[in-house]
Design a protein around this ligand. Sequence first.
Ligand SMILES: Nc1ncnc2c1ncn2[C@@H]1O[C@H](COP(=O)(O)OP(=O)(O)O)[C@@H](O)[C@H]1O
Ligand code: SF4
Ligand SMILES: [Mg+2]
Length: 400
Amino acid sequence: MTQSPIPPPPAEEPGKVLDGAAAVTEAAGEVHTARTLEDTQGPTENEILRVENLSVEFPTDDGVVRAVRNVSYSLREREVLSIVGESGSGKSVSSMALLGLLPRSARVSGKVLYRGQDLLAMRQKELRSVRGRKISMIFQDPMTALNPVHSVGDQLAEAVLAHELVPPKHALERAREMLDLVGIPQAAQRLRSYPHEFSGGMRQRVMIAMAIINNPDVIIADEPTTALDVTVQAQILEKLLEVKDAVNSAILLITHDLGVVAGLAHRVLVMYAGRPVEVGTTDDVFYRTRMPYTAGLLGSIPSMTSAYGERLRPIQGTPPSLINMPTGCPFSPRCPLADDTCRSSEPPLAPTDGAEGPDTAGPDAGGVPVAAHLASCHHWERLAETDDPTAFFRNGGITP
Ligand SMILES: Nc1ncnc2c1ncn2[C@@H]1O[C@H](COP(=O)(O)OP(=O)(O)O)[C@@H](O)[C@H]1O
Ligand code: SF4
Ligand SMILES: [Mg+2]
C-alpha cells in the first residue's frame, strides 16, 4: 500500500480529535475557547500549502541572526494548523517569509509551494496576485494594518478591486456582506466608519472581513487575538472558525499561547529557537507529548495545569541567542532531562511512537516531515513513560 504524503484527515471524526483537549479545559472550569471544532468542516486530503526547509537569516552588526531553521510542514484544504512557541521562536518571520513580506536584508531559502507553485521563486507581481487573494493575513494589531484616513468600507472595497474587475458598487456590497458575516451590527452604516471608531475586538473583526473578502484558500492569522481581553479573544476566534467554513479556507493560526489552540486546531507545530520541535495532531501534542519543551508549555497553561492537579509552572530560563546558538539541543540549558548527548548533538525532527492514525511513515519521499507525530528530542521515550509530562518541570526538574 502506498503511503499518502499527507497524514489522514482527522476530519473523519472531527469531534473525537479535539474533544479530549476541550474536555480538559472545561473540566478545569477555564474554557479558553468557546467551542470545539466539532461543528466546523474538517480538512480534505488535498494539500494546499507545502513549506520545505524554509530558513531565514538576518545579517546584523552583531552577527547573523538565524531566525528560522529548516521549517517544513504541509497544510491541507480547510485544515487549521497552529504554530506555537514563545516570543522570538520564529513564528512571525517564518509566516511573513511565505508571502515575501520580510525586509530586504533577510536571506530566505527553501520552498513555499502553494498548489505546487513556489512562492519564493515568484516575481513580485505574481506574488501580489496571490497575496491578499489566495493567501491572506490577519495581524495582531489591526491599527497598523488599517489605514486611519479611509473608511472601513472603502478599504474593504479596495481589497476586492485590487484583484477583481468589478463595479465599485459591487465591491462595496461585498464589503457590507463581509461585515455582516463577521458580526458587525448595522454593517451598511458601519461601512462609512473609520478604524478608530471601532473597539479593539470590532477592528479585529474588520481585519477578518478583509482577510476573507477575496475567498482565500489560506488565512494566516498571526496572534490575531493577543491584544484583546480573554472574552473578546474567544469570540473572535470563534468567528474566525465560523467564517473559515463560510469561505472554505485553511488557517495557519500563530500564537504564543498553547491554551488557545486546544479547541481550534486540527494539528499543532511547536517551534523553539527557529525550528519545529514537535508536530502532530492536537491530541498527540496535548496527550502524547514527546518533547520536553511542549511539556513545559503545557505546564504553563492554567487549565491544563489544574487538570493535572498542579500549580502553574512557567519554564525557567530564556530561549538561546539566535546569533550564538549553543551546540546540541537548543533547549538543553532549560531542560530537566538534558544530559551530555543533548549538549553535544541537536536531535533531528523524527517520528515518535505517539502517532494517532495509521500514517506514521515519517519524512516522505521529498524529505518533508508530514508524519502524524514528530518530535526533536533524544529522550522522547522518557515522556512516553509518564502520564504527566509536565511533572518533569516540577521541583527544579525532579522526574516523575
Ligand atoms: N529584521 C530583523 N533583523 C534581525 N532580526 C530579526 C528581524 N526580524 C526578526 N528578527 C529576529 O528573529 C527572531 C524571530 O522573530 P519572530 O519571528 O518575530 O518571533 P515570534 O513571532 O515567534 O515572536 C527574533 O529573535 C527576532 O529578534
Ligand atoms: S534533546 Fe535533551 S535537552 Fe533537548 S529536549 Fe530532549 S531531553 Fe531535553
Ligand atoms: Mg510574532
